[in-house]
Each structure stands twice: as structure tokens, then as C-alpha cells.
Design a protein around this ligand. Structure first.
Ligand SMILES: [Zn+2]
Length: 126
């Protein structure tokens, strides 16, 4: 696993600023293994069945396992760090919305609370 630092662009309705992001490129092997670990939650289904009201807990465990496994299968890149100025208020900050890099990836400014669209470069820069 290699952490790479790439350039990113933060935008709100036409206004953009430059930012930096650290990413972790996920291999197909990692995604497959991680999804299987999430599906292992299904093993809890027979245990939670004994907690009243029985069926909702089983459905919750099965649904949560499937949902998280699906997310891991789609996690090609993980956003570890996003740092830059908000395009609206200019506050330089580290954004808290990390995890699976979505397209588009949305983050929220801690100062003005506007949703910021983060576009992260595909290739490694510098
Ligand atoms: Zn802001």
C-alpha cells in the first residue's frame, strides 16, 4: 500500500481553489478481501436472532454486511487527507469527509458550512 499526495480542486458553483489530497490506491485483492471481511458479519445473524424482536436484528445484520461489502468492493481509492481553502469563505482547513473517494466527493466547510465539491487528480503530481 502506497500513500500518494496529489493535487485537488475544491469548488462551489464555479468558484474553485487548489488543494492537496493524500490517497491510498486500493488493489483488487484488498477490495475483495475487505468485502469478504464485511460479509463475515453475516455470521452474527444466528446470534442476534435470539434477541427480541428476532427478525429485524437478523435483517439489520444481513443488510449492514451487504451494504458495507458493496462499499468496499467499490473503494478503488481511499481519501486519507484533504487540505485546502474553502472556495466560498477562504478558510484553509483539513476537511473531515474522508474514506472512500466518491465521484464527485463532497465535503463540508467547517466555517461556512457550505458543501464543497472535491475533484482529486487521477495521476500522481510531485
Ligand atoms: Zn467555507
Amino acid at each position: 500500500m502506497t500513500v500518494t499526495e496529489v493535487s485537488a480542486r475544491l469548488g462551489i458553483s464555479g468558484q474553485t481553489t487548489e488543494a492537496r489530497a493524500r490517497l491510498l490506491e486500493r488493489t483488487p485483492r484488498w477490495r475483495r478481501a475487505s468485502a469478504l471481511k464485511e460479509l463475515a458479519r453475516w455470521l452474527l445473524a444466528p446470534v442476534v436472532f435470539f434477541i427480541p424482536p428476532h427478525l429485524p436484528w437478523v435483517l439489520l445484520v444481513l443488510g449492514l454486511g451487504a451494504f458495507r461489502a458493496f462499499g468496499r468492493r467499490r473503494e478503488h481509492r481511499t481519501l486519507l487527507w484533504l487540505h485546502g481553502p474553502c472556495p466560498r469563505c477562504g478558510t484553509v482547513q483539513e476537511f473531515a469527509e474522508l474514506g472512500r473517494l466518491r465521484d464527485p466527493h463532497m465535503a463540508q466547510c467547517a466555517s461556512c458550512r457550505w458543501s464543497v465539491r472535491a475533484e482529486v487528480a487521477r495521476r500522481v503530481v510531485g
